[in-house]
Design a protein around this ligand. Structure first.
Ligand SMILES: *Cc1c(COP(=O)(O)O)cnc(C)c1O
Length: 334
């Protein structure tokens, strides 16, 4: 259904139990501090701030990089547009400028065409937000060669560039591209620890020291100052140390399911499977809720992702046996 459902493993729970903690609102939780500096270093950035959710890290980033009456440029499938309750408008007073990309990905040319001229009556284009992997795009992955030209356009028009990297590591284990290169391309990066990485709670916003100092203030006003958050940060450290490489397994599982779905007579389209997300359309003979009910009866959780669309997400609690059983079920439904 989603990689957010993963529960901490016993080794992760042990790391959490043993965490040294303090009051993070005063900057005195050693485990939170360790997680933040670990993440910053990974991306070659100066600082990071630990937050309760990826929605919060994205909302803080939008707030950092914009002023009221600005606009954010992003793909029309973006999480910041679709799934953050319109927070860009409420929290930062900005408009959104949507691009119709391909599988949730936009190009430098599209970004340049979307930049608005400097007239009084137009919002000011201040920020570009990219999503990698792109959730509603079917888990599609940006390559550095696509990202560099977008960075150039941002420089040309003095716009900031933020990455919603909720599932960045699902992409990086495929492309083998480096986190440091990502750090040098983006002003800020948000990563989620509670998706495929399997931590119970938490996201990180990574950026320059100055930006992160400001980010801490905005985190506080959103109610995100968490006191002895080291118990949660310990899970995050454990996840970064032990659960990144294994994401290739989840990606592989999704690919296998994708190949099976391609063959099913009732499937009309499967979005290209690049990581751990699988989005497919079924024909009109059965409604999506009906189809989901049949899957659910076999213990297979999926969600509706459009009128005829269904999303599968593979994660660390979906093992080989469950993939085999899912394949059996999909074939029987045909
Ligand atoms: C899950 C997700 C987020 C953050 O979600 P939270 O549930 O608030 O942690 C942000 N962007 C994308 C693409 C996501 O999938």
């Amino acid at each position: 259904m989603s990689d957010t459902v993963t529960k901490p493993t016993s080794a992760m729970r042990e790391a959490m139990m043993n965490a040294e903690v303090g009051d993070d609102v005063f900057g005195e939780d050693p485990t939170v501090n360790a997680l933040e500096s670990k993440a910053a270093k990974m991306f070659g950035k100066e600082a990071a701030v630990f937050c309760p959710s990826g929605t919060m890290t994205n909302q803080i980033a939008i707030n950092l990089h914009t002023q009221k009456l600005d606009e954010v440029i992003c793909d029309h499938f973006s999480h910041i547009y679709l799934y953050e309750t319109g927070g860009y408008a409420a929290n930062s007073g900005v408009a959104i400028n949507l691009i119709e990309g391909r599988y949730g990905k936009i190009t430098a040319d599209q970004v340049e065409a979307a930049v608005k001229s400097e007239f009084d009556w137009l919002p000011h284009s201040a920020l570009v937000v990219l999503e990698n992997t792109a959730n509603k795009g079917g888990g599609s992955i940006y390559r550095l060669k696509e990202l560099k030209p977008i960075r150039k356009i941002c420089q040309k028009y003095e716009m900031k560039l933020h990455l919603d990297g909720a599932r960045l590591f699902n992409g990086l284990v495929e492309t083998k591209e480096s986190t440091k290169d990502y750090g040098s391309l983006f002003d800020t990066i948000s990563i989620c620890l509670s998706k495929g990485l399997g931590a119970p709670v938490g996201s990180l916003l990574i950026g320059s020291r100055q930006e992160i100092l400001k980010a801490r203030r905005f985190r506080k006003v959103m109610g995100g100052g968490m006191r002895q958050a080291g118990f949660l940060a310990a899970a995050g450290i454990y996840a970064l140390d032990h659960h990144v490489e294994r994401l290739t397994i989840d990606n592989q599982h999704a690919k296998i399911l994708g190949e099976v779905l391609e063959e099913m007579p009732y499937v009309t389209e499967v979005k290209p499977v690049e990581s751990n997300i699988l989005i497919f359309d079924i024909d009109q003979k059965r409604s999506v809720p009906e189809f989901l009910k049949l899957l659910d009866a076999q213990g297979i959780k999926a969600v509706q992702f459009g009128p005829n669309s269904i999303r599968f997400v593979t994660h660390m609690e979906v093992n080989e046996m469950m993939i085999a059983r899912t394949i059996d079920t999909l074939k029987k439904l045909g």
